[in-house]
Write a protein that binds this ligand. Structure first.
Ligand SMILES: Nc1ncnc2c1ncn2[C@@H]1O[C@H](COP(=O)(O)OP(=O)(O)OP(=O)(O)O)[C@@H](O)[C@H]1O
Ligand SMILES: [Mg+2]
Length: 269
């Protein structure tokens, strides 16, 4: 693995363009991702999120523009880029027949790392999979698979990790499990670029959020900045059911509807 200390952002993208035949998917995409941060690339189906990630991961060549990852140019230094990154695709890439632990050991062996067993056990612990480690992956829930998938992508300590829709198709509980795992990664200094279609996911995880739409980044900012771009949330007045206490007080006391703390109830702001 490459352990050089470099200045500048973990990911820098300038004027990226990509077409498939006549379909112009990326028409000049620009963004930076600060090192150790979580960056969410948001966009609807077909916006070009996976295309962007595949270019950054050197799996696909851009038609125009430049991109650097960990200081390396994806077009001219792809081998260096690949040593610095890991990619967890949109669909889990774990082997069903093997156990969780065996999957991890296999990847550590493929990467020629010392003591694959210890690496596997450490990752199982970090992703709360120790108890399930010996079980076949075919018996895992969706959230467990996703966590194992992310754990596998961490073998070799990549500086930058790409997570393409890490929680699509997961139930709310499993999504939270994955979110916790992603937050842990960033806490340990890994740069995370994730794509998602879920606003709440970006809201939960990301230091910065960019929206990819019609081939360009149309918005890029911190959550608070993004919220200022939109009109304030609609305030709704909901008829509140009285509590038993309020009914009791009304029945026994007549007009006084103050609560026990002495503040007027039914506060209208
Ligand atoms: N290899 C390909 N050949 C032709 N068209 C492609 C190819 N890969 C992607 N596309 C098209 O490019 C567009 C962008 O696809 P991409 O997979 O990048 O979108 P996405 O934002 O990841 O969408 P999703 O949210 O559905 O994953 C889509 O219209 C898709 O059909
Ligand atoms: Mg995609």
């Amino acid at each position: 693995m490459v352990t050089q200390s470099i200045a500048g952002p973990a990911i820098g993208v300038r004027g990226l363009e990509k077409s498939y035949g006549k379909l112009e998917v990326l028409r000049g995409v620009d963004f930076d991702v600060a090192r150790g941060s979580i960056f969410a690339l948001l966009g609807s189906n077909g916006a070009g999120k996976t295309t962007t990630v595949r270019i950054l991961a050197t799996l696909l060549k851009a038609d125009a523009g430049t991109a650097t990852v960990h200081g390396f140019d994806v077009a001219t230094q792809p081998a260096n880029v690949r040593e610095s990154i890991s990619l967890t695709g949109q669909f889990a890439a774990v082997d069903e027949i093997l156990s969780g632990r065996e999957n991890l050991v296999l990847v550590a062996r493929l990467r020629h790392l010392e003591d694959p067993g210890a690496i596997a056990d450490d990752l199982l612990r970090r992703f709360s999979l120790t108890d399930a480690g010996a079980r076949k992956v075919s018996t895992y829930s969706g959230g467990m698979r996703r966590r194992l998938d992310i754990a596998m992508s961490l073998i070799g300590n990549p500086s930058v990790i790409f997570l393409d829709e890490p929680t699509t198709g997961l139930d709310p509980e499993a999504r939270i499990e994955v979110w916790d795992a992603v937050k842990d990664l960033a806490d340990q200094g890994t740069t995370v670029l994730l794509t998602t279609q879920y606003l709440d996911e970006a809201e939960q995880l990301a230091d910065r959020i960019a929206i990819l739409h019609q081939g360009r980044i149309i918005v890029n900012g911190r959550l608070a900045e993004l919220k200022q771009l939109f009109p304030p949330a609609k305030v709704e007045y909901v008829e509140k059911q009285p509590t038993l206490e309020e009914i009791f007080l009304a029945v026994i006391g007549g007009g006084d509807t103050s609560d026990a703390t002495g503040t007027p109830s039914g506060g209208r702001r």
